[in-house]
Design a protein around this ligand. Structure first.
Ligand code: F3S
Length: 656
């Protein structure tokens, strides 16, 4: 059978273990007497090799030989151990993994603040005991979701308290996610710290993916190692899985019927043991692993990364504010949401998902912490800067979003590249506020680039001017008398208002603004008003256009014709007097004359003898001359004529 063996990229020592073993080896190589508090890692081979070099495990502080340094292993220890060491003046080297030390800090701070801290993990594991030993108040440990549910039932009072939840670094991610979901439902004042080690997480995800592709898996690691146990659990769900501590435990039957065999190893397994396992399998002569092994070591060499380097990474975890990636080195990679995209509104889950392969730029490698920070947006920007360079000085129009107003202009981002637009190039006209552009999508041209410094300068104005010219050309081409436009009042003069019809200005003469008598345009409209205007006249040659604003239906003479026929009785207000009568206003724009002879049946010498300005009177419309715009009113027509004396006598009863 042509078998294939695949070794998980992340198999073997994690950063924390490597660091702890390195510290112990350092003591051994320098010949400084040192012991470790418990086995430095859960791997008998490593422990034995160190013992041969003089560094061996002790079970308690009291067993530390005189003059020896106590090495604290990567799992960490309770604070009481440090106190004891300091009290007894025993020198110690702290090899606690920085990821575990971070949990110590969280637990100490949150319990000191009064929170109850819940740790998801194995209470019997040294790491969890160490974490508990850093609490300054209430702390609980739950092994799984079932125990978390149980805790909430048993202690309902916790629901009202401030709760912080953390996990053991090697806790199963899927179980953690269940616990997280449940805790969010039950505890209202909840702080969640996802403290699962990303190395463990990477190993688990890779083991899961690999075991789905294989017919069998071999997990190499210490039987006491919790992360090895997690790997075995993860793989066993997908295919037959064997856990071995030593290469000698391998049995050919373990892979007899397997076409594809996967090999992974816990965080405490040195590469030497993985190599031996592969060699043992090779000695069975069924297949040769030498080549693959060499390739594997070559890969290790190339896993050294430097600041500024571009790397291929696999997305392992997607959180709300960052993603965790594996780049194949021993460092855990973090990409914050700010380094994922230029758009602050975009969430990591909108851009990537677990398992995605992406190219990133290394911003900083922290060997002490075993972490590195990376950026996706810088890679995107570099790639897209080429497009900017090509567009420079050409007519090409690009699109982008204004993300910032800075001194002297605005910053537009297009495909992750920042382009500076000077204030003079940002708007169509001077003195327009730049703040109005913020978050707007804009079109621009690239004026110049500095390829070395990756800087680009652009112009929005250039595009706006061109668009305006195009709109103007289309306007003059199509404009016709009678056409209606909506426009903005741009400026006012004593004789009219200039209205912007969208790139072309037209004028409404003051006489066209209203049917009433208007002293100046400002009495009717203001700058910035939106008006519906119509084209009264157009001169395409001279590019001049006169506009009308007042509407026929508002013409008072039309209202009069429609609503006030001759004979109508209405109220009117006296507005002025003359020797031959009084003028009264019927509706805005229509004043009629009450001739002196039409004021009363009695003789009136002067109108002001019987009427006064402002007085409201009942009038009858007696005549309308639409051509001459004249209206005649009569008060007298509404009065009872006086009774004549002769007639009164005639009608008097006759006395007998
Ligand atoms: Fe540290 Fe993670 Fe290893 S917590 S000891 S790097 S598995």
């Amino acid at each position: 059978m042509n078998r294939k063996i695949i070794v998980a990229k992340s198999a073997g020592f994690c950063f924390g273990v490597k660091r702890a073993v390195g510290i112990a080896e350092d003591f051994a190589e320098k010949g400084i007497p040192a012991v470790t508090l418990g086995e430095i890692i859960h791997n008998p081979t490593v422990v034995e090799e160190l013992r041969k070099k003089g560094v061996y495990p002790v079970e308690s502080v009291s067993e530390v030989p005189e003059g020896a340094t106590l090495i604290l292993r990567s799992h960490g220890v309770p604070l009481s151990v440090i106190d004891e060491l300091e009290e007894k003046c025993i020198p110690y080297a702290d090899a606690t993994c920085p990821f575990v030390a971070r949990i110590h800090r969280i637990v100490a701070e949150r319990t000191a603040a009064g929170d109850t801290v819940i740790i998801t993990g194995n209470p019997d594991h040294a790491e969890v005991k160490g974490i508990v030993g850093h609490a300054k108040g209430d702390v609980r440990v739950v092994r799984n979701l079932a125990e978390l549910e149980e805790l909430s039932k048993k202690e309902e009072n916790l629901c009202a308290k401030c709760i912080t939840i953390v996990s053991q670094t090697t806790f199963l991610r899927a179980e953690w996610e269940n616990c997280e979901k449940f805790a969010k439902k039950v505890y209202t004042n909840l702080l969640i710290f996802d403290t699962i080690c990303n190395d463990a997480c990477t190993k688990q995800s890779e083991a899961d993916a690999l075991s789905r592709r294989c017919n069998g898996m071999i997990v190499v690691g210490g039987r006491k190692s919790s992360n090895t146990a997690r790997l075995w659990e993860t793989c066993a769900v997908n295919c037959p899985t064997v856990l071995i501590e030593y290469p000698s435990e391998l049995k050919p039957n373990d892979w007899k019927n397997c076409e594809v065999i996967g090999v992974t190893a816990g965080a405490s397994t040195p590469y030497g043991i993985i190599k031996e396992v592969l060699q043992t399998m090779s000695e069975n002569k069924e297949i040769s692993f030498e080549e693959m092994l060499e390739q594997s070591f070559e890969k290790e060499e190339s896993k050294y990364v430097r600041n500024g380097e571009k790397v291929q990474a696999t997305v392992m975890v997607v959180k709300d504010t960052e993603i965790v990636v594996s780049v194949g080195s021993k460092h855990t990679g973090f990409v914050s949401s700010e380094e994922l995209s230029e758009d602050p509104s975009v969430k990591p889950a909108d851009i990537v998902k677990v398992g995605d392969e992406i190219t990133l730029k290394v911003l900083h490698v922290n060997d002490a912490d075993g972490t590195m920070t990376l950026s996706k947006k810088k890679v995107d920007a570099e790639k897209n800067f080429q497009a900017i360079e090509e567009a420079a000085g050409t007519d090409e129009i690009l699109e982008g979003t204004v993300v910032e107003v800075v001194k002297g202009g605005v910053i537009v981002v297009t495909d992750g590249v920042r382009v500076f637009i000077p204030a003079s190039q940002a708007t169509a006209s001077r003195n327009e506020a730049l703040e109005g552009l913020l978050k707007q999508n804009v079109k621009f041209r690239v004026l110049e680039v500095n390829a070395q410094r990756k800087r680009a300068i652009g112009s929005i104005k250039s595009v706006l001017n061109e668009e305006r010219k195009a709109r103007q050309a289309a306007f003059w081409e199509n404009v016709e008398v009678g056409q209606v436009f909506e426009g903005k009042v741009k400026s006012l003069t004593s004789y009219g208002a200039f209205v912007d019809l969208g790139g072309v200005d037209g004028m409404v003469h003051v006489s066209e603004l209203s049917w009433l008598r208007v002293a100046k345009p400002a009495d009717v409209v203001s700058v910035g008003d939106t008006l519906e205007v119509f084209v009264k006249d157009v001169d395409k040659e001279a590019k001049k256009i006169s506009l009308g604003y007042k509407k026929e239906e508002d013409n008072p003479w039309e209202i009069l014709r429609r609503d006030y026929p001759v004979g109508t009785v209405a109220k009117a207000k006296i507005v002025s007097m003359t020797a031959f009568g009084a003028f009264a206003n019927l509706i805005p724009g229509i004043d009629g004359l009450i001739h002196i002879s039409q004021i009363s049946y009695e003789r009136v010498a002067k109108p002001e003898d019987v009427l006064s300005v402002g007085q409201e009177v009942d009038v009858k419309i007696t005549d309308i001359d639409f051509d001459k715009h004249r209206v005649s009113f009569s008060i007298k027509a509404l009065l009872e004529p006086p009774v004549k004396e002769e007639a009164a006598e005639e009608e008097a009863p006759v006395e007998e």
